[in-house]
Write a protein that binds this ligand. Sequence first.
Ligand SMILES: N[C@@H](CCC(=O)N[C@@H](CS)C(=O)NCC(=O)O)C(=O)O
Length: 207
Amino acid sequence: MLKVYGQPNSINVRKVLWACEEIGIGFEREDWGGTTRPTADPVFKALNPFSLIPVIDDGGVVLRESNAIVRYLAASRERSDLLPADPVQRARIEAWMDWQGSDVSSACRYVFLGLLRNRADCQDPAQLEASDQAFTRLMALADQELASSGGYIAGPAFTAADICVGLSVRRWFAIPRPRADLPNIKRYYDLLNERPGFQKYGSGFAS
Ligand SMILES: N[C@@H](CCC(=O)N[C@@H](CS)C(=O)NCC(=O)O)C(=O)O
């Protein structure tokens, strides 16, 4: 049975859980990180020396990095609908995954920690504003893409890219500030909400 290490309040853990739901993989999950067991514990560090969740153990294959895990789960279960073998189609999907994991994650970090995790060290008004604006600018780029993509972020069909981008869209809506009017993002959010995996691991969470 696939083992998932990490508490589900983490967006990166929820990518893995949603991917399991889409693919139909049963798993056992163990709480680590957040307010549960500290990832600095030597038991966890033996799995991931970087002390970050999620980690999976798939029959002895131990992997870290949420987006790499989502790719691995899709590829190892031969779900070419989520991640095609064709290099061009695949790269177009991976570009969105990488954009979410790098640009979007770093843009939203301050406003997320300040307003959704209420961290005392992330309350500077100018930095909150700058982070929220940067987050919104990236969502506006996704909104533009969604105007002509045919439904999902990388085209007319749901792919692994939607797991990563969809959870960031959820986070953007959760920021307790007035949201820009991004009609294609709103339609995308509603479309994702038709999926049990997103109801469980996306909109079902506060961020
Ligand atoms: N690039 C990594 C980032 C992982 C990450 O930042 N995980 C956070 C939770 S979202 C973490 O482990 N924080 C430490 C903790 O929860 O103790 C990934 O995508 O897996």
